[in-house]
Design a protein around this ligand. Structure first.
Ligand code: NDP
Ligand code: MG
Length: 398
């Protein structure tokens, strides 16, 4: 019996994970569920899956949920303490980290130090401090299994590489991107509304990652994550715009062979694989029908039109704390955009300006503690920059 903890159970990944767990049947059991403030969703899940533990991050919501939980369910502390306790429960075999943003950093570290099998959707901590987290995972013999469709595809393609020495065997990684809602748009992007940015053509995801997909920052974050996860240098990663989202990424090996993973775009497949790894089990996703696929297209990304992608590669090349600055500034800017406080195109401006304020003479891999410190600094700077942008413009609601 595998006991699973889901951090972010009420979100898009969390809900898909629960439907995968249901399909997997008796061998898998939900041990713990954690959310931020969506009590209705969390309570419905608790009644359906009978977890032994729940945690609610938001303090007020955590107080409210106390009298509402089904009998026998233990409520852990609110805030990051509860999330981290949940991530390191002694009885947990698998921890799915599916919260959004840097809030997943501390629970990820807790799960690593508890030597867990970690199904990792929450990419932001890997952007903040990927090399330090991988070192920590090796030290504690924790397994990091990617959930995100592209890192999962690459992970699956790399399965046969001897001794995990990926860099020697791999000459290129093809990281695919749907291109988001604006890839083919001819007019400028400054008047893009929140509603338009949230209308992703292929994937139904939470708001933060959907905006990241529209700016293509998401692909930059994934490139940084992949480079740490598989210890492959950034210059071997090639982003391919692939609007059908059927090839989820691929690997070119040094002998010229290319392996790729293909399936209909449905997150239940990579989520399930991260839970059952190294086994494969039947999934809820219908098999691919090649006769229904009229074509698969591939194009070069437009770095000019999508400056966030450029900024991500720039930060990644600089190394050190720059990716942590990029991530924090982006989280701040996206949050402001979603609240209607800045424009879509201001996201790149805020990230670029925040990065330009960060100075490191000799960027080296940063420690976990340094990543947290840099994250706090960059959030403050990005918020100041956003406030200045807002003051300089009258109408922010196109
Ligand atoms: P959602 O916004 O749909 O869900 C986020 C989940 O995290 C919710 O359960 C939310 O709880 C919870 N949460 C948010 N903040 C906190 C907090 N402070 N403490 C505890 N729980 C919190 O996001 P997604 O599911 O789309 O994405 C989750 C992560 O997975 C992101 O890092 C994203 O980049 C990554 N990912 C997502 C993909 C997708 O298809 N959705 C694909 C690949 C990666 P509540 O409901 O109470 O607010
Ligand atoms: Mg992805």
């Amino acid at each position: 019996m595998k006991k699973i903890v889901i951090l972010g159970s009420t979100g898009s990944i969390g809900r898909n994970a629960l439907s995968a767990v249901k399909k997997l049947g008796p061998g898998y059991q939900v041990l713990g569920l954690a959310a931020n403030s969506n009590l209705e969703g969390l309570l419905a899940q608790a009644r359906r899956f009978h977890p032994r533990y729940v945690s609610v991050f938001d303090y007020t919501a955590s107080v409210r949920v106390k009298g509402l939980l089904p009998r026998g369910v233990k409520l852990l502390d609110a805030g990051v303490e509860g999330l981290s306790e949940m991530a390191s429960l002694k009885d947990a075999d698998i921890v799915l980290n599916a919260v959004t943003g840097a809030v997943g950093f501390a629970p990820l570290v807790a799960a690593i130090r508890a030597s867990k099998h970690i199904a990792l959707a929450n990419k932001e901590p890997m952007v903040m401090a990927g090399p330090a987290l991988m070192k920590e995972a090796a030290r504690w013999q924790a397994k990091l299994i990617p959930v995100d469709s592209e890192p999962s595809a690459i992970f699956q393609c790399l399965a046969g590489v001897k001794d995990g020495n990926y860099n020697a065997a791999v000459s290129k990684i093809f990281l695919t991107a749907s291109g988001g809602p604006f890839y083919a748009r001819k007019s400028g992007l400054s008047n893009v509304t929140v509603k338009e940015a949230l209308n992703h053509p292929r994937w139904n995801m939470g708001p933060k990652i959907t905006v990241d997909s529209a700016t293509l920052m998401n692909k930059g974050l994934e490139a940084i994550e992949i480079s740490s996860l598989f210890a492959v240098p950034l210059d071997k990663i090639q982003v391919l715009i692939h609007p059908q989202s059927v090839m989820h990424s691929g690997v070119e090996f040094c002998d010229g062979s290319v392996l790729a993973q293909l399936s209909w775009p449905d997150m239940r497949l990579p989520i399930q694989y991260a839970l059952t790894w190294p086994e494969r089990r039947c999934s809820l996703v219908p098999p691919l029908d090649f006769f229904k696929l009229s074509r698969l297209d591939f194009a070069k990304p437009d770095f000019k039109k999508f400056p966030c992608l450029e900024l991500a590669f720039h930060a990644a090349k600089k190394g050190g704390g720059y990716p942590a600055v990029l991530n924090a500034a982006n989280e701040t800017a996206v949050e402001k955009f979603l609240k209607g406080m800045v424009r879509f195109t201001d996201i790149a401006e805020i990230v670029g300006k925040t990065l330009s304020l960060h100075h490191e003479n000799k960027p080296d891999a940063i420690t976990l503690a340094e990543a947290v410190e840099i994250d706090g600094w960059a959030r403050q700077k990005a918020a100041d920059i956003a406030a200045n942008i807002k003051r300089g413009k009258k109408c922010l609601h196109p």
